[in-house]
Design a protein around this ligand. Structure first.
Ligand code: HEM
Length: 387
């Protein structure tokens, strides 16, 4: 497998290119991606507006990641109340216990399948616990999240009616999740508890609270945004170390490198590989004239290997500093869950290195990768853990 296996084909020739067939602009350069991410007035996150009527508005309100301007800032301030760095930092012992429990279940085995055994269940359990849903319902969450993985980027279809039907069919598959979350949100309004769901229904900014519908849509965003991406981060980091025994030995010997190794993994194997934006007006980007109302695909995975910014960009350097990767985005929409993802990454990597003398891929059962180009990362990762 080539060292470019994270990129869509060869390294792009230009930082911004029009894909005439799909009618979208691909943005590959680091500077150009930054330019888009930090100018939300010109590049809107509300890409749904290029396909009006495709998705019922009731599913859109509360979907932070697709909002702009003042409504985005207001909602973000509200949810920040329920998602502070202190709330996240206080989770450390609980996350360590949960990861330890999951690893105890595979104790004594010579081999693990890292994704199924640890990297997939852990983030979903953490979010379910944060929300305060009964732990017995975790398997439901896992099923729904698996279905939603590809929902964010709408299917490309020229026929608006067909597109509308496809989106409706996707949403119908997870209607039980929306119903479930509505029930729980209503219950928390009646009887608040010490959990994120109660904080979300009660959070107030300028005297305003979220509607149940906004709470439910925001929670479903958390589930999608926070689960599979973190699963891939955990698996990808172990895979990066497997591919580079010298760097693996370096991190084992010096655990102060764990945080920088996690950042480097986000750079070379960017889980959320593509973000979408639409132009509000005609603009000049990367030497190209992009008209108004155009869809842009920001290839974070390519920007993170831009040689104008990163020396020796294909090399995994566990101690790379500075590391201005765009794996969590940038600007107004910078990942709300970044502190949680970083914490989970650090805990899991340290735990794996503490527990297992070896973390080696298995020749006749190589890792498999997510099928979508939007998601860069392992979907299974069998590992040998003893000599
Ligand atoms: C936004 C990546 C984990 C919640 C984003 C964005 C990226 C990203 C690239 C920017 C989207 C944009 O600008 O359009 C990741 C990666 C993760 C991760 C790579 C794991 C390694 C999490 C977790 C949570 C979370 C654990 C929550 C539990 C969110 C939310 C937003 C977001 C709510 C929207 C913020 C906004 O629009 O203001 N994430 N994320 N993410 N992420 Fe994450």
């Amino acid at each position: 497998m080539s060292d470019r296996f994270w990129l869509p084909g060869e390294r792009p020739g230009r930082p911004v290119e029009l894909d005439e067939e799909r009618g979208v602009w691909n943005v590959y350069g680091h500077a150009e991606t930054l330019q888009v991410l930090t100018d939300p007035a010109t590049y809107t996150s509300d890409t749904g507006r290029l396909m009006p009527g495709v998705m019922d508005d009731s599913y859109r309100e509360g979907n932070l990641v697709r909002m702009d301007g003042l409504p985005h800032r207001k909602l973000r301030r509200l949810v920040n109340h329920a998602f502070t760095p202190k709330i996240v930092a206080d989770l450390e012992p609980r996350i360590r216990d949960l990861a330890t429990e999951l690893l105890d279940e595979v104790e004594g085995r010579d081999e693990l399948e890292l994704v199924a055994d640890l990297a997939s269940p852990l983030p979903v359990i953490v979010i379910a616990e944060l929300l305060g849903v009964p732990s017995g319902d975790r398997h439901l969450f896992k099923q729904w999240v698996d279905k939603m993985i590809n929902f964010d980027e709408l299917p490309m279809n020229d026929d608006p009616e067909e597109l509308k039907r496809e989106v409706a069919a996707q949403l119908a598959q997870v209607q039980p999740m929306f119903d479930y979350l509505h029930e729980h949100a209503a219950e928390r309004r009646r009887r608040p508890r010490q959990d994120l769901l109660s904080q979300l229904v009660e959070a107030e900014v300028d005297g305003e609270r979220l509607s149940d519908n906004e709470v439910v849509n925001f929670v479903s965003l958390l589930l999608v945004a926070g689960h599979i991406t973190t699963t891939m981060l955990l698996g990808n980091t172990v895979l990066c170390l497997d591919r580079d025994p010298e760097q693996a030995a370096r991190v084992r010997a010096d655990r102060t490198l764990t945080p920088t190794a996690i950042e480097e993994s986000l750079r070379v194997s960017t889980p959320s590989a593509i973000l979408a934006r639409a132009t509000e007006t005609a603009v000049e980007l990367g030497g190209q004239r992009v008209p108004a109302d155009q869809m842009l695909m920001l290839w974070l995975s390519a920007a993170n290997r831009d040689e104008r910014v990163f020396a020796d960009p294909d090399r995994f350097d566990a101690g790379r500093q500075p590391n201005p990767h765009l794996g969590f985005g940038r600007g107004a929409h910078f990942c709300l869950g970044a502190p949680l993802a970083r914490l989970e990454g650090r805990i899991v990597l340290n735990l794996l290195l503490d527990r297992f003398p070896l973390l080696r891929t298995i020749e006749d059962r190589p890792p498999t990768f997510m099928p979508s180009p939007e998601l860069t990362g392992v979907s299974t990762l069998p590992l040998r853990v003893v000599d």
